[in-house]
Design a protein around this ligand. Structure first.
Ligand code: SF4
Length: 323
């Protein structure tokens, strides 16, 4: 039994967009009763998805799987316009839980497209957010995944207006390198007025960087398909600590702890705080924990209103909650 200090990153866990998306499904279940259909995982966390499933949510990959006329919630990652069209064709009641910060990137893409720009979207192929954003202007957006990809991009002439956009959950440091390569190749490229990488992603990366300086091992709680959680592992490793992604305490390997005296814990933007408590309890059951300290790098105070159809329905049943 080792003597260990536990250090928790702050901020960690749920961001405002995830909080809103999860509450949207919960409210829809309360207001309408089960089942409530959700297109894709509402947020990329298996515990959240299972919990909502037990309460009556049905997750589908495609709106074609949903009975005509039913209600569908769109996930926090956003959808392409074609998905809205399909939903309309099936007469579905849509509750769009797309994070407002993802919607902002969609709006940028539409604005640039309307003005004749070509866009380079920095992101990961196949990620739902990327699929949704590219769907706004498929003819005008090219995906860039790495700095090396920049050399293989088309030779746009200087008379071609160009802009770059980014997925909201990328590594701030890695993206900086890709942007520098884009600016070197296309000096006239337009930058978004405000960075697309969201506040929650940047704050969690800054927090884990600070955490990693103070510990030997950083455990990041999150699912493997959670982009921002995977980036936290990379940032912790780059900052010099060993780091592993875990769904929950059952995935901790005792051998990781050998030789450690200070363990860092953080969680991705889609991981509920109860999973952090589970990991702390796991350590307390097996080791002598001398202290549990939080290292806070920035205080977060962001929240988003629930989607309009939910607010409207709440206003009918409970005007105080509707806000
Ligand atoms: S990680 Fe950022 S963009 Fe994604 S849901 Fe959270 S706040 Fe929105």
């Amino acid at each position: 039994m080792a003597e260990l200090e536990l250090h928790l990153a702050a901020p960690r866990g749920y961001c405002a967009g995830v909080d809103r998306a999860v509450e949207t499904v919960e409210r829809a279940l309360e207001l309408q009763g089960a089942p409530v259909y959700v297109r894709k995982q509402i947020v990329h966390n298996i515990h959240v998805v299972r919990d909502l499933e037990t309460r009556g949510a049905i997750f589908v990959d495609d709106v074609g799987e949903i009975p005509a006329g039913a209600t569908v919630v769109f996930s926090a990652h956003g959808v392409a316009p074609t998905v809205h069209e399909e939903a309309q064709a099936r007469n579905l009641e849509v509750v769009d839980a797309t994070c407002p910060l993802v919607t902002k990137v969609h709006s940028e893409a539409k604005r640039y497209d309307a003005r004749g720009y070509k866009m380079l979207l920095i992101g990961h192929e196949g990620h739902e957010e990327v699929v949704g954003t590219m769907g706004e202007a498929p003819h005008a957006i090219t995906l860039v995944e790495t700095e090396a990809d920049v050399a293989g991009l088309p030779d746009f002439g200087e008379d071609q207006p160009l802009a770059y956009l980014t997925q909201t959950t990328l590594s701030v440091d890695e993206t900086r390198g890709i942007i520098a390569a884009l600016k070197a190749r296309y000096p006239w490229i337009h930058s978004p007025t405000k960075e697309d990488i969201c506040y929650a992603t940047s704050n969690r990366q800054a927090a884990v960087k600070e955490l990693a300086k103070n510990v030997e091992l950083v455990l990041v709680i999150g699912s493997a398909n959670s982009s921002n959680s995977c980036r936290l592992v990379e940032v912790a490793r780059e900052a010099g600590a060993a780091s592993h992604l875990i769904e929950d305490e059952t995935e901790i390997d005792e051998s990781w702890i050998d030789g450690c005296s200070r363990i860092g814990i953080t969680s991705g933007a889609s991981a509920p705080e109860r999973l952090v408590r589970g990991v702390i309890a796991w350590f307390e059951q097996r080791h002598t924990i001398t202290s549990v300290t939080e290292i806070e790098t920035v205080h977060e105070d962001v929240s988003f209103n629930l989607p309009r159809p939910i607010r409207r329905a709440l206003a009918v049943v409970d005007p105080d909650v509707a806000g």
